[in-house]
Design a protein around this ligand. Structure first.
Ligand SMILES: [Mg+2]
Length: 193
């Protein structure tokens, strides 16, 4: 069976970070206000540092996040054809100790929401390039361009919209708009228009 490595954040589950920041500061930021990859980087360095301490001690971001449409259903269907691994990084260089809690939140979220995934196939690491697989699905170009994978699918998100089809093709990456397109490619062998 061919192996698929699937990212978690902004690939299967989305958001939560802006909501958490708004709750703390009583602000009303929206997704379109934030160009940073790390939402809290919109704060000044001192506030950011204090906020991150609060965040890691008090917030489970997955309680505020939403599931990307069709992700769970398509992955469950893919399991009939492929060996599935969920691979997600939890390390935050700004808070190397406090971020350990994210490994627990991520692992428990996958156990609860994806009971069809073998827990031994939940990979908590930033070293995604070491994972041998045939297919990779991620929202971050840097995770796709290195390492293994004959098929590399980039799920469109705000932060990756600037990459053109040609730029991605040079890196062997194909853009997909949603999970139905992923299903078409990996189950039906139909390429997106
Ligand atoms: Mg991601």
């Amino acid at each position: 069976m061919k192996k698929i490595m699937i990212d978690l954040d902004e690939t299967i589950v989305s958001g939560g970070y802006i909501e958490a920041l708004n709750d703390y500061f009583h602000t009303n930021y929206k997704a379109e206000d934030i160009k940073e990859y790390y939402v809290s980087n919109i704060l000044n360095p001192e506030d950011n540092d204090k906020y991150l301490d609060y965040f890691y001690q008090n917030v489970n971001v997955y309680e505020k996040s939403t599931i990307i449409p069709d992700a769970l259903e398509v992955i469950e269907e893919l399991k009939n054809y492929y060996d599935i691994y969920i691979c997600t990084a939890f390390y935050d260089k700004r808070k190397p100790e406090a971020c350990a809690i994210m490994a627990k939140h991520k692992y428990l979220w996958i156990l609860k929401n994806m009971p069809y995934i073998d827990p031994r196939k939940i990979l908590l690491t930033s070293a995604k390039e070491l994972v041998m697989c045939d297919v990779k699905i991620d929202d971050k170009v840097s995770n796709l361009k290195r390492g293994y994978g004959k098929i590399k699918l980039l799920l469109t998100q705000k932060h990756n919209e600037q990459y053109t089809k040609e730029e991605l093709a040079k890196l062997g990456i194909l853009r997909v708009k949603n999970w139905q397109e992923i299903r078409d490619i990996l189950i039906k062998g139909v390429l997106p228009q």
